[in-house]
Write a new protein. Structure first.
Length: 337
């Protein structure tokens, strides 16, 4: 099947290629009679203009790449939706790549977006990718970190204060009368996990009560890993079990809740409290409505896309760090003893 070109349109309409281009891009410079002839030729031939190629020739792409840490996590889905809402206002399409916490896949998507010469890249990284983002910047492709604060200030970032969120969660458990807290999360090369644990430890260290905190490590931030962690906790003798669980995200928390409810060994919240992080839609609809630390997910996506557009329009713009404060949402899973 042959593709209709702008030359075919010009030939059928009896005008030059430049005139067809003016009809498409500068119609105010062309007579109404000529516009009519060109439009009839376009309809007859079924010509579809290649906006992507046109924008690339002009040096401005109409697409943005978004590399997300976990495409199955509803939190990231909401962040992407926020970015898409903002993108649609600016005639921009978003290409999404899910890394599944895999650095190899992360690199593959960054390579692809670089080859496609996207307008910019939004990324929620797995590890340290400063050198990789430097390379994009050298090719005039700006990058904005999402859900990760850029501590060295080389790149703009949009995130929530995970340290503050971790402190909120642990302080709530302490205020509810809990004294043996287990932080469930991992892997710890994910910055957000480390920050949430750091915040929890701040609350424990500053408490006037005798509070202990331990770490129950997971291989991923998934429901399945939460179920496995819950089973390990229930296998302990009663005297060795925590009386509160702080999960690094809501998916882990839902897995923990599932293992506790199915196992029936520990009752939530009378015997053990449970709090998550993100406040995804499923948190409030769980069998025992889940307390969580809320992130403004859509606002994070909208803000990140807005910053990226500004930086693509002004490469000399100084990177800035946008940090939202999280919000504690208390539900049945952490009712006081």
């Amino acid at each position: 099947m042959t593709t209709t070109s702008i030359r075919d349109v010009a030939r059928l309409a009896g005008v030059s290629v430049g005139t067809v281009s003016n009809v498409l891009n500068k119609p105010d410079e062309v007579s109404s009679d000529t516009i009519g002839r060109v439009q009839r030729a376009i309809e007859e031939l079924g010509y579809i203009r290649n906006d992507a190629a046109r924008r690339l020739r002009a040096g401005v792409s109409s697409t943005v790449g978004f590399v997300v840490l976990d495409g199955q996590n509803p939190f990231f889905n909401e962040v992407v939706r926020g970015a898409e809402d903002e993108a649609s206002k600016n005639g921009i399409a978003i290409l999404v790549g899910n890394t599944d916490e895999d650095t190899r896949r992360e690199g593959m998507y960054l390579d692809l977006f670089e080859e496609q010469r996207v307008r910019g890249v939004l990324i929620s990284p797995h590890g340290d990718i400063g050198a990789r983002l430097d390379r994009l910047k050298s090719r005039q492709i700006p990058a904005v970190l999402v859900d990760r604060i850029n501590v060295d200030g080389k790149f703009s970032s949009v995130a929530v204060d995970s340290v503050a969120g971790g402190e909120m969660a642990a302080q709530h458990l302490i205020d509810s009368g809990r004294r043996r807290i287990a932080f469930v999360g991992g892997p710890f090369d994910i910055r957000q996990v480390r920050d949430r644990l750091e915040g929890a430890r701040v609350a424990v260290d500053n408490s006037d009560h005798d509070v202990d905190i331990e770490v129950v490590a997971t291989q991923a931030l998934t429901v399945e890993e939460g179920v496995l962690a819950g089973r390990r906790i229930m296998e302990r003798p009663p005297s060795a079990r925590p009386d509160a669980l702080f999960a690094a995200n809501d998916l882990l928390a839902l897995g923990l809740l599932q293992s506790l409810v199915v196992g029936g060994t520990l009752l939530v919240p009378s015997q053990i409290s449970l709090i998550g992080f993100d406040d995804i839609a499923f948190a409030g609809a769980a069998a025992v409505p889940l307390s969580s630390v809320r992130q403004p997910s859509r606002m994070i996506g909208q803000t990140a896309l807005r910053v990226l557009i500004e930086e693509s329009n002004d490469p000399g713009m100084i990177p800035r760090q946008t940090v939202f404060r999280p919000e504690l949402v208390v539900r049945a899973s952490t009712q006081p003893q």
